[in-house]
Design a binder for this molecule. Structure first.
Ligand SMILES: Cc1cc2nc3c(=O)[nH]c(=O)nc-3n(C[C@H](O)[C@H](O)[C@H](O)COP(=O)(O)OP(=O)(O)OC[C@H]3O[C@@H](n4cnc5c(N)ncnc54)[C@H](O)[C@@H]3O)c2cc1C
Length: 265
């Protein structure tokens, strides 16, 4: 079955295979799907929890893992039987605390997906890619970066990841390994609350001068020096600020794709 961008697929059961602690408030859940499906990097699944009294709560979680290597683009559909979802804890929330405090390997969850059309990337779209992550907005961008590594390794990519402090950075080791191994990938961090001692990187929220700087760095990585295709994901306020800043440095609206996870934080 290929990824359908219009109609959500029916609910199905997924079994939790593994739980990985990523940070003090982010965990990754590997889910084995009863009905494997193809997907595009950037898509998400809905998760539905049902209480014994029948009360239901439903939330969306982006797929962190890349599509299967044998094709996620329009032409060839590789079926993913396991997907990774990374959930950041919102302490007063309903669903994310359940993931953090209750969900264990072996548990069954009701899920539906993949869902999402505009905020996706495949090798058909090419590069260079400017990826802007705010907090847990890194999750779908991880899928895009990992997919790029196998599907279009010649496409340059720069990830600018805005996090409160270094302890809030999800997938830190993986991201730094990407930047070290893959010549065409750069990763930059912007710490908004507590940068590490002697930090000489960005220590503020994303703004136009920061983006101009990143776009110039990306142009060095891209042989053709083309304008970037931009993806911004995170809390609503982050995404709106990032999109405005991209427009203000001359990126066209048609080159900007956004995904909002929730309220400003
Ligand atoms: C397409 C899409 C993909 C998403 N992917 C992910 C993902 O990969 N990982 C992930 O952790 N979350 C993701 N989210 C957010 C997720 O769906 C939930 O909104 C989040 O987990 C909070 O749910 P909750 O039930 O714990 O909190 P709720 O009970 O919904 O909210 C509790 C309180 O927290 C506030 N709040 C809700 N969401 C957020 C937020 N994101 N940031 C700050 N405050 C918030 C609410 O306003 C409320 O005050 C995604 C959302 C969308 C729409």
């Amino acid at each position: 079955m290929t990824a359908d961008f219009g109609t959500p697929t029916p609910w199905q059961i997924a079994t939790v295979e593994r739980v990985v602690v990523e940070t003090y408030r982010a965990r990754t859940f590997s889910l084995r799907l009863a009905e494997p499906r193809s997907f595009r990097a950037g898509q998400h699944y809905d998760v539905r929890l049902t209480a014994p009294d029948g009360y239901q709560a439903q939330r969306s979680y982006s797929i962190a893992s890349p599509p299967p290597p044998d094709g996620s683009d329009a032409a060839g559909a590789g079926l993913a039987d396991v997907i990774d979802l990374t959930v950041e804890l919102i302490p007063d929330g309903e669903v994310s605390p359940y993931f953090h405090e209750v969900v264990q390997p072996g548990d069954a969850l009701e899920v539906r997906g993949p869902i999402g059309g505009p905020f996706t990337w495949g090798s058909d779209l090419g590069g260079p890619l400017l990826l802007l992550a705010g907090g847990s907005g890194i999750v779908p961008l991880r899928s895009i970066l990992a997919h790029r590594a196998t599907a279009a390794p010649d496409s340059a990519a720069l990830l600018l990841y805005s996090a409160r402090t270094p302890a809030d950075v999800i997938y830190r080791d993986w991201l730094d390994a990407q930047a070290q191994c893959a010549g065409k990938v750069a990763v930059r961090y912007a710490f908004t609350r507590r940068p590490p001692p002697l930090w000489d990187g960005y220590a503020r929220r994303i703004d136009p001068p920061m983006l101009s700087d990143c776009i110039a760095a990306l142009a060095h990585l891209d042989d053709a020096g083309r304008p970037p295709l931009c993806y911004a994901c995170g809390p609503t306020g982050f995404v709106e600020n990032a999109a405005d800043a991209l427009l203000s440095v001359g990126i066209s609206e048609t080159s900007i794709r956004t995904e909002r996870f929730g309220p400003t934080s």
